[in-house]
Write a protein that binds this ligand. Structure first.
Ligand code: NOJ
Length: 564
């Protein structure tokens, strides 16, 4: 008989357990859309504190807070105007300290987002750079260049921004600055010593306030070799990413992280970091090594179909990669940048376009972004999402969950264009998918009332009527809900947790994956439509209705380890 540990996550003890992150369940909070404490339509820090019971009852080990810093919100807060403060609309530093204390008291650790590739154009450094003019020290913190063509009226190169349009923007005195993302996100110059020192101060600032770890935004883009003549955009695409590419995944970025590592290790326990690094998989261990950031995201499940072959390959490869770096693996199905997985898995396969996006329109008609009108299978998507989640939660390594996925929330795609906020939607001219707002709509806490309990007024992105069906208050009462499954799975995971290994058990059925952890905990996922006969009856959790002697189609079950 398995006893489910319902106690909160292991009691927080800053002096011990330096390896807490290795198999942690980390819950990503997008602060502006979590809970609004003051009725201004924007989620805030006290709102998160007020929902501590939800976080503790869910049974997570840590929260990762997406940026809550002062920002003009040109990119949902990833345009940071001041790295060592809280946006006044979201609270104060004192509110932040309260939140950290409240989370720590409930055994939950705190990870904050560091955005080092670019600042906001409202950052005092950028404003100073605009004032100070060409050749100034202030401009050297960014990447300014003269233009080409008559009067320098053409950009220094034809590079494209990741969000669409040119990667260069001209300022009043005629120079151009580089921005790999939105115009309002000028890239920093990581050859500049002051830039490096300032981020060290930022890491210390938050570490001193009790933050346990950091998520590093586009960790593979900081350092650049902009020796002239600059390559063309087409040339950039064909230069191998072997550590010497002009703008991506350069070996020298690890000099930056070696300095950061010294900072992390000067704390007890050492602060942790996880890299958002979109790099060739063979190069991931460089970021995940203990000399560098220590862990790196693996986004492969988030890009995969609900497919046994893809899942098995991804798991095997990533466990191998993690072992090579001495780190643990990370698993993600949803985050603030992609279509929620309950919706993704309801789309006709393949479930994503070349950019990894698969936004859809909600309603009776569902439309694949930039593609043909298709019907989406909502119930199937939800069923597959639950099965994929239980599969993920059984894997060795850390699991990253995104707010709302515990409710089985679907993507919101029918946001009117004039209510959208995501720069990828606008810079793509609306032709390149619907952007990322659909997974950032404020959470429904109650079935009715103003903004479904998100706050006392409206929500900054419109919530659809069908959100009522996913409200926390409703799901809490429903033993078959997604929330009930997540809570039980996380509690069980704590009781069942085993060392970081996995052994595949051959099932003889290409649609069924089965693996065993070293203590005998087994996970069986049936990706197919038919039943898979089960030789054991000790199912401790199932993503769908439990059936004795079989695993139903598109269902995951966990089997108990043998009695001691
Ligand atoms: C990655 C973040 O996840 C995304 O939301 C952001 O737009 C870009 N980095 C730029 O900071």
């Amino acid at each position: 008989m398995i006893t489910v540990d319902q106690s909160p996550a292991s009691t927080y003890d800053p002096q011990h357990d330096a390896a807490w992150w290795r198999q942690a369940v980390v819950y990503q909070i997008y602060p502006r859309s979590f809970a609004d404490s003051n009725g201004d339509g924007l989620g805030d820090i006290p709102g998160i504190t007020s929902r501590i019971d939800h976080l503790a009852e869910l049974g997570i080990d840590a929260v990762w807070l997406s940026p809550f810093y002062p920002s003009e919100l040109a990119d949902g807060g990833y345009d940071v105007a001041d790295y060592r403060n809280v946006d006044p609309r979201l609270g104060t530093l004192r509110d932040f300290d309260d939140l950290v204390k409240t989370l720590h008291n409930r055994g939950i650790r705190v990870i904050v987002d560091i955005v080092p590739n670019h600042t906001s154009d409202q950052h005092e450094w950028f404003q100073e750079a605009l004032q100070a003019g060409r050749g100034s020290e202030a401009r050297d913190r960014y990447i300014f260049r003269e233009g080409t063509g008559p009067d320098g009226a053409e950009p220094p190169s034809d590079w494209r921004s990741i969000f669409g349009g040119s990667a260069w923007e001209r300022v009043d005195d005629g120079q151009w600055y580089l921005h790999h993302f939105a115009v309002e996100q000028p890239d920093l110059n990581w050859d500049n010593r002051e830039v490096r020192d300032d981020f060290v101060s930022t890491l210390r600032f938050w570490s001193d306030r009790g933050v346990d770890g950091f998520r590093i935004d586009v960790a593979h883009m900081l350092t650049k070799d902009l020796t002239e003549p600059l390559p063309t955009h087409a040339e950039l695409q064909s230069i191998p990413q072997d550590g010497h590419h002009p703008t991506l995944d350069r070996d020298d970025v690890h000099h930056v992280y070696a300095e950061w590592r010294a900072v992390f290790n000067s704390y007890e326990p050492p602060r942790t970091a996880v890299a958002e690094a979109w790099v060739d998989r063979e190069r991931v261990p460089l970021y995940a090594s203990p000399e560098s950031l220590g862990q790196a995201f693996n986004f492969e499940l988030l890009q995969a179909d609900f497919d046994p072959e893809q899942f098995r390959r991804i798991v095997t490869d990533n466990l191998d990669l993690a072992a090579r770096s001495g780190s643990s693996s990370t698993w993600v199905l949803s985050n603030h940048d992609v279509t929620r997985h309950a919706t993704r898995y309801g789309l006709p396969r393949p479930t994503r376009d070349d950019d990894g996006h698969s936004t859809v329109k909600h309603g009776t008609e569902w439309v694949l972004a930039g593609g043909p009108a298709e019907m989406i299978d909502l119930a199937g998507g939800a069923r597959r999402a639950r099965a994929a989640t239980l599969f993920l939660l059984g894997l060795p390594g850390s699991a990253y969950l995104y707010q709302g996925e515990e409710l089985g929330l679907q993507e919101v795609a029918d946001i009117p264009d004039n209510a959208r906020q995501d720069p990828t939607f606008f810079r793509g001219g609306g032709t390149d998918g619907l952007g990322r707002d659909g997974c950032r709509v404020p959470l429904p806490w109650k079935e009715s009332g103003e903004s479904f309990g998100f706050g006392s007024a409206g929500a900054h992105l419109p919530q659809p009527a069908w959100f009522a069906g996913y409200a926390v208050a409703r799901e809490e009462k429903d033993p078959t809900s997604s929330l009930t499954m997540y809570r039980r799975a996380l509690a069980l995971r704590r009781s069942l947790q085993s060392s970081e290994r996995l052994e595949w058990i051959e099932t003889g059925d290409p649609e069924v994956l089965r693996f065993r952890r070293p203590n005998g905990w087994e996970v069986v996922t049936n990706f197919g439509a038919g039943e898979y006969p089960l030789d054991r009856a000790d199912i401790v959790i199932s993503s769908g209705p439990v059936r004795l002697g079989e695993v139903a189609g598109e269902t995951t079950v966990w089997l108990a380890p043998p009695e001691e």
